[in-house]
Design a protein around this ligand. Structure first.
Ligand code: NAD
Length: 380
């Protein structure tokens, strides 16, 4: 989020180009509650836009705009990859989540979302909580992922972690000829909502783990769980984990961790995890390919949570979510196959798959109109 203004103070042409790629961008200002937000709708070919709402103390409106444009475009690809009937959108609220948040601000935000008449659905992201969206949901039906007590689908890290497990199985099948998780060694970075559940499932399957987290409580918790399950877990600290020789690196914390510094240290056969934006740049995908390290595109592997909130559109059904999350296995095998056939990176192959789904979708819709809304359960 660095300077995007040209020296004369005008918006840089790259930002203007990104703005023109978007269907709709809404600047929301409500002086009564102090709300300053931007909603960006990138593409609604496959359905109304869906994307979380991030709250962050952006240093300028331009920084917030740059972030929301990048994130909403990413959601178009993520929705296409997950084959859900949603398009790409995202919202950002400019403010410090620790100081500036009020229930009234989220009600005002809900009113802006409602004014889009079903073209944009949203929920939590960095800096916002399900509680904030319980307030917003008093003003609009276009909110997903609120707690079960409020009619939502609850903790989305459950299907996200399951998607990572399917991603690991597909990767093992591609590299070792068998999807078997046991007997292999995995390095897990981050034992939060997703990483902890992935670690538990791998231990239950009989895998060996190296784990790392900056939070000692999470480390203690996984050690206790490993004792109960009789599993083998070794704790690593700081950046040590990048140089460990293992089968698969499973990033479940930060983005940008495959970068110029870490990429030459890696001694794994594959990278498969939930963290968003694992590759610092696309160039790092090329380098992984050259090194013979198989990379599972993050937006394919971590789609379980999106699949769950998208399912609320039809009236949430747990069985249906689990079944669809399982399809991450086939999507990833297809990406690996195409990347090999065309001698391209797995990210390029995944992007192609999404672009094809969007092209196919255009035959049904060119953009989403709220007149289609009545076929769905939510938004009525
Ligand atoms: P979380 O905040 O619950 O967990 C993140 C964990 O990483 C925390 O335990 C934190 O202490 C740890 N961590 C932070 N910095 C670290 C470091 N330098 N080294 C090691 N550990 C570190 O988040 P989460 O919901 O588990 O999500 C994990 C990742 O997956 C994020 O990148 C998130 O964007 C992505 N993701 C999550 C979901 C979901 O359903 N929760 C869905 C899609 C993508």
């Amino acid at each position: 989020m660095n300077a995007i203004k040209a020296q004369d103070g005008s918006l840089q042409s790259t930002i203007l180009e990104k703005m023109h790629e978007h269907e709709q961008i809404v600047f929301c200002n409500d002086p009564n509650t102090g709300l300053k937000a931007i909603i960006a709708i990138h593409n609604t070919t496959l359905g109304p836009a869906l994307g979380g709402c991030r709250m962050h103390p952006y240093s300028s409106v331009e920084d917030a705009l740059e972030d929301v444009l990048r994130l909403s475009r990413g959601m178009t690809y993520k929705c296409a990859a997950a084959d859900v009937d949603f398009g790409g959108g995202k919202a950002v609220i400019i403010g410090d989540p620790l100081k500036d948040k009020t229930p009234a601000m989220f009600r005002a935000f809900g009113q802006f979302v409602d004014s889009l008449n079903g073209r944009f659905y949203t929920g939590t992201d960095m800096g916002t909580s399900t509680e904030d969206f319980v307030h917003a949901s008093r003003e609009t039906n276009c909110i997903v992922g609120v707690p079960e007590a409020y009619g939502g689908s609850g903790d989305s890290s459950v299907p996200t972690s399951l998607g990572v497990i399917y991603g690991l199985k597909a990767t093992n099948k591609t590299i070792f000829g068998s999807e078997e998780l046991s007997g292999k060694t995995y390095i897990i970075q981050g034992l939060g909502k997703v990483g902890f559940k992935v670690a538990e499932q791998l231990l239950e399957a009989g895998a060996n783990l190296y784990v790392s987290d900056i939070n000692q409580k999470s480390i203690q918790a996984i050690q206790e769980r490993a004792k109960q399950l009789g599993g083998n877990t070794q704790v690593v600290s700081g950046d040590e984990l990048y140089a460990i020789s293992a089968d698969v690196f499973v990033p479940c914390a930060l983005g940008g961790i495959i970068n110029d510094i870490t990429i030459n240290q890696l001694q794994v056969k594959a990278v498969v995890g939930s963290a968003n934006n694992q590759l610092l740049t696309e160039k790092h995908g090329e380098i992984l390919k050259q090194k013979g390290i198989l990379y599972a595109p993050d937006y394919i592997v971590n789609a379980g949570g999106l699949i769950q909130v998208a399912d609320e559109l039809y009236g949430y059904n747990k069985e249906r979510v689990l079944k669809k999350t399982k399809s991450i296995y086939d999507s990833l095998l297809e990406v690996y196959k195409q990347a090999k056939l065309d001698d391209i990176t797995t990210v390029q192959a995944a992007n192609r798959l999404c672009e094809k789904r969007l092209e196919d979708g255009k035959r049904l819709n060119s953009f989403f109109s709220h007149t289609k809304r009545p076929k769905w359960t939510i938004g009525k």
